[in-house]
Design a protein. Sequence first.
Length: 296
Amino acid sequence: MIRSMTGFASASGSLPPHAWDWELRSVNGKGLDLRVRVPDWITGLEVGLRKLIGSEVRRGNLTLSLRMTRDDEAGALQINEAQLASVLKAMVSVEAHAAKAGVALAPSRAADIVAVRGVLEQAGNEDDAAPLAAALMSEATALLADFNAMRDAEGAALRKLLTAQLDEIAALTEQASTLAEARADALSETLGRNLAKVMDSSDAADPDRVAQELALLAVKSDVTEEIDRLAAHVEAARDLIAEGGPVGRKLDFLMQEFNREANTLCAKAQNTELTRCGLALKTVIDQMREQVQNVE
């Protein structure tokens, strides 16, 4: 089945002491443009995510964001044993010098000691990032599955709409064929009258040369090839939609061909009803091309 390039998915998870929120969204794009916003301290995570998404997505402008929090960001407090030993040693030396000088010092309190810079410090928050990266990659796989499920659902709606538009183009092409056949007799009669007028108004006119020019005009106004190509394009588009997968580029190219044939049909019409049919074709083709822009 075909997929839409537009999609969205979000998820939340945790592996104590970490918690996180995912968000994956995409819009239309000519190629694959992937922006990954994840913490750089989780080694290998971005590379793994790019590889994972690249294996599932072919086109679109995608943004993957990961916001992480830690429930003990303040960290635990711990005693710096080496600094404490240095402070205590210094206190002993100070008290000894004070005693020699006959100076009485107040007894030291634990609160005074830990207040000395460097004695009490925040514990480090160094974590093993490997288990965290594994948990995140596992959840990213589920996130991508949800994302693709939404793209599949939108793709199914697109398929229904595109099929209906192809049916309309096919019906208008058939109508154009009928109108072109009905126009043939009238066009032949008009060319015959024009030939007679030219021959009557000019004795020097070469009948063979005039007949050749009128025949050339008749060929130039023939829309059989345009109608046949439109019908062939309808079948080619149906085959691409049935094939599924990333066929958006091929469909977009095909829409250009549709538009070219419709333009030529209008230019050659020389008939009010056939011109109206050609304009109706152009309208449906333009509408279909807008929808094709959403196909991966």
